[in-house]
Structures are given as structure tokens and as C-alpha cells.
Design a protein around this ligand. Structure first.
Ligand SMILES: [Zn+2]
Length: 327
């Protein structure tokens, strides 16, 4: 689109499966989106792909880009400005802000992807006007973001808030990727868990839309499952219900600990909408303590799967102290 406001920033959300980037104007409208696969790349190739995606958006914008914000699925050490460990990507001990600033020649800020997402939702999304917000982003893994007393809460050295790695089953299955724990919420309520759940049950019910899709050689993915569930496929719908109820246990924990006004659910799997959220709300209402459980809202992200990208752009525009940045 022509006439993007001067002083555009670029927001980038790097997930376990794909990258989403776009130019974001001062009204948080997104222009010149780009999508790149991230799955299977090593750290060097990831950095290359990310820099190339940003350069592509910058060219498409045509005008001035003043800064770039990155949301990446990593823990951080604010003492060193280092992205320490991603669970679902091969990113480890990298000064991501410095690397990108040098590659791009632009000021850069970096934060955890779900911290970015909760910032976007609290400023202008499903939690607009709220000072106490918790967010879970359900994709390849489960990201967590906290917005407490009107600010993103990142903990002591900036490595919070990994809400997806709260334990919901003490002796549960091993968590995925680089997480050393087991029984994490991520192990039972992520997109990966959804695909696993469907794989197990579709074998018992091959005569369904999902069964026929698999028979025809289609790959089982989160988007395919949510789409078929919305169209009424029983196996896909049941699996989303199972994941939704597991999610409800995690939400009950958040409600008990933080007494949030809103728990926002984002990430790709949140496209399932109330098919996912209704069972989650039911379980939360049964298990969380009153009065927090009675007043909290559980809502889908208003920015949908773009919350992380928009939040990264907000950070790029504001460049607050205390998170890794470079210019
Ligand atoms: Zn874990």
C-alpha cells in the first residue's frame, strides 16, 4: 500500500515453525506482511533468513524505517543482552540484537515473542485498558507473557515469563525441544500436542474428513485440524476439546497466582476460537479459586496470530530500557 506513514517500524515474530514480519504504522496497522518457514534451519541459517525477511519488508515499504523489533521464542539474560535458549528453535547464547543491528544497520530491540504479544493485546487488543493481564500463545510450543501493574513483567534478569513450562502433571510426559522438564503445559496443550492427540484418535476413526485427508497423503498440521474442526469434523473437534481442557488447568493456575483481569489466548491454535476456549473456560471455572475465577475473562487475542509481530513493532517504536537493544 502506498503512503505508509513516515517513520514506519518493522515488527518480526519468529516462531518455532515460521517467521511473520510486517511494517507497522503508528496506528498499529500492518503493511507488507511476509511469511517464511523457520522449521529445520540451524542458527546461522535462521539469522540469515530473518535478516533477509526484514530486508524484503524494508524494500517493500519504500520509505523510512526507523527501527526493527523482534519477538523470538527464547529466554533472555538482560545482564549480557543475550538470547540464551529457545525451546523449539536452535537459538542459543546469541547476542541477537547486536547481530541484527549490524546486519541491518538499523536500531533493534529484541524481546521474548509472548512478551511482545501480551504488550500488543494490553495496549490495543483483547485486554485494552487492563493493567493485569496474562497471555498464553499456543503454537508449536506455548509462550507466556505477563502484563502486571501496567507493564510487561520480565522477572529479575529478563528470563520470564515462561508460563508454558508450568508443570501441570508432575510425572507427565517429557516436554519438547530443549526443555529439561516434564509434564509442562506445553507438553499437553500446544499445537504439537494437538497434532499428537489427533494422530492417536484418527486411527480409530478413519471414516471422517480428517481420516480421509490423511489417507490422501495430506500432512497433519495445526491449521488443518482447526479448519476441519470448525467444519464439524468429530475427531478434530474432540482433539481440540482435549487440548482446551488441558489449557484450562494452566489458566486456573494463572488465575490463582496472578488474579488477572483477562487471560488472552493467542498463537496459531487460537484460530479454533470457542472450540478451544469454551472447554478451557469450563475447566478454569471448576478448578480456580473464587473470587478471581468469577471475574476473569478468557479471550482470544484480538490481533490473532499477529499479536507478537505488532507487539515487537510497539517495542521498536518505544525502545524501552531493560530489554536487549542495539543501534
Ligand atoms: Zn517444558
Amino acid at each position: 500500500m502506498a503512503g505508509v506513514a513516515e517513520g514506519c517500524v518493522i515488527g518480526v515474530d519468529l516462531g518455532g515453525t515460521k517467521l511473520l514480519a510486517g511494517a507497522v504504522d503508528a496506528d498499529l496497522a500492518v503493511h507488507h506482511r511476509t511469511n517464511r518457514p523457520a522449521l529445520g534451519l540451524g542458527q546461522l541459517d535462521l539469522v540469515e533468513m530473518v535478516a533477509d525477511a526484514v530486508a524484503g519488508v524494508r524494500t517493500a515499504v519504500g520509505g523510512d524505517v526507523t527501527a526493527v523489533g523482534f519477538g523470538i521464542p527464547c529466554t533472555f539474560d538482560a545482564r549480557t543482552g543475550t538470547a540464551v535458549q529457545a525451546v523449539n528453535l536452535p537459538l542459543q547464547d546469541i547476542r541477537f540484537a547486536d547481530v541484527m543491528a549490524e546486519r541491518l544497520g538499523l536500531p533493534v530491540v529484541v524481546d521474548n515473542d509472548a512478551n511482545c504479544a501480551v504488550l500488543a493485546e494490553a495496549r490495543a487488543g483483547a485486554a485494552a485498558g487492563c493493567d493485569e493481564v496474562a497471555m498464553l500463545t499456543i503454537g508449536t510450543g506455548i509462550g507466556g507473557g505477563l502484563y502486571l501493574r501496567g507493564e510487561v513483567y520480565r522477572g529479575w534478569i529478563g528470563s520470564g515469563a515462561e508460563l508454558g513450562h508450568m508443570v501441570v502433571e508432575r510425572d507427565g510426559r517429557p516436554c519438547q525441544g530443549n526443555c529439561p522438564n516434564w509434564g509442562c503445559l506445553e507438553s499437553v496443550a500446544s499445537g504439537t500436542a494437538l497434532v499428537r492427540e489427533v494422530s492417536l484418535s484418527v486411527a480409530r476413526r478413519p471414516d471422517t474428513a480428517l481420516g480421509r485427508a490423511l489417507e490422501a497423503g495430506q500432512e497433519l498440521t495445526g491449521p488443518m485440524i482447526t479448519e476441519l474442526a470448525s467444519a464439524g469434523d468429530p475427531v478434530a473437534g474432540d482433539a481440540i476439546g482435549v487440548v482446551g481442557r488441558a489449557l484450562g488447568v494452566g489458566i486456573a493456575n494463572l488465575v490463582n497466582i496472578f488474579n488477572p483481569q483477562v487471560v488472552v489466548i493467542g498463537g496459531g491454535v487460537s484460530a479454533a476460537g470457542d472450540l478451544l476456549l469454551d472447554p478451557a473456560r469450563e475447566v478454569m471455572a471448576l478448578r480456580a479459586l473464587r473470587p478471581g475465577s468469577e471475574v476473569v475473562r478468557v479471550e482470544a487475542a484480538a490481533f490473532g496470530a499477529e499479536a507478537g509481530m505488532v507487539g515487537a513493532a510497539i517495542l521498536a517504536r518505544e525502545r524501552p530500557p531493560g530489554i536487549p537493544s542495539a543501534s
